[in-house]
Design a protein around this ligand. Sequence first.
Ligand SMILES: Nc1nc2c(ncn2[C@@H]2O[C@H](COP(=O)(O)OP(=O)(O)OP(=O)(O)O)[C@@H](O)[C@H]2O)c(=O)[nH]1
Ligand SMILES: [Mg+2]
Length: 424
Amino acid sequence: MDLIETSIPKDVAISLHPTTTPTPPHQRLARQQEFDRLVDSSHCDLADSVALNVRTMLPATLLGSGQAKRIADIVTELEVDVVFVDHALTPIQQRNLEKLWQAKVVDRTGLILEIFASRARTREGVLQVQLASLNYQVSRLVRSWTHLERQRGGFGFMGGPGERQIELDRRMIRQQIKQLEKELDQVCTRRATQRAGRNRKAIPTIALVGYTNAGKSTLFNRLTTATVHADDQLFATLDPTLRQLTLGKNSTIVISDTVGFVQALPHELVDAFRATLEEVMEADLILHVRDIADPESAAQKQVVESTLAQLGLDGDQAPPMVELLNKCDLAPQIISKICDEFNGSRLAISAISGSGIKELRDFLLRWLRRDWVNQTLHIPAADGRRIAWCHQHGEVHSIESEEDQIIIRLSLPPEFTTSGGHIP
Ligand SMILES: Nc1nc2c(ncn2[C@@H]2O[C@H](COP(=O)(O)OP(=O)(O)OP(=O)(O)O)[C@@H](O)[C@H]2O)c(=O)[nH]1
Ligand SMILES: [Mg+2]
């Protein structure tokens, strides 16, 4: 399998970074690097990365004619197959630039869609990407990059069916869109039923959210020892992945790993992935995983928080939010701050080295048991059944014997407290 995949020649790519408004150099550089990492994730060889100041955005080509010519020279010299533009392009701009450069032109939305498509695993994820891309393509009907077509085999909205789609007229695409929406609806209903099942069982859910590359999947794997794809590519995860995690007796949670946020996420995608983020919207606790070693960490935090706010996850309605300051192996000066009400707490962790992970588990257990009640029970020493019950349902802190009695200090879920009268 590997042999076949590595034998596929990678497309040669360059990336363009047009800036249309004055931007501080460090922000500009951070965005340029992030976009170039996105390009890397798409299995192209990035041959050059060019920053451009665009004073007047031309309707025909976005770039000025001198700039477009300069890029044409680079394309010829480096034998470039694909030019990635970190900006939205109209269908006309895209077509004109492709003609001018004799290369495939992909804008920011197109690139993110491609990456999402190659990462989609579950039925829902695949449907969401197909839908978003058809909506995007309906005005374009553009040809795809051929290497993805070969790699993907089965599904590939800009790949496999790419050639064919040129011939499909818009009406057919619209029909496909309708069909997909119907299917997606069914899948979403099924998921909602599954969620309702979880709610009935009252298993609290915790969602990991965060900027792309913050280390969510690595942490998810460490906590659950699952193998979720984690690597240095952006958007390594598309679909929420759910695992059950037992933190202690009677203390099980469901934890979900989600797709990473990026700045300037094309709005078409925010809509398309709303369902993906439903797990987050219904979580009882949100863990915001941050790459604390990234110089852009503060800006990334803002992007995550404003995206969450866009989804309605702010204010009183929002579940408590805790920051995990990840990669603290690279920034040892970072320390934890734990608040009584959990909300607003920050824990320094390293998903790689494991530092702070035990503290995180303890923290989650304390959060989970926040309603548990401390009790002291006096049980006849001969009543083995009740003593066993205590061990089974609560966390026993101490046991003392006094004459023919056993005194057990323990904490119990609220439904078992003496006021509830449920202790057998
Ligand atoms: N040094 C260090 N690297 C880490 C740590 N946690 C994660 N990484 C690295 O950061 C990179 C991204 O990790 P992922 O877990 O894939 O990040 P993610 O947040 O799931 O990314 P997306 O799914 O793209 O949103 C990988 O190369 C990890 O090995 C950490 O605690 N320390
Ligand atoms: Mg991930």
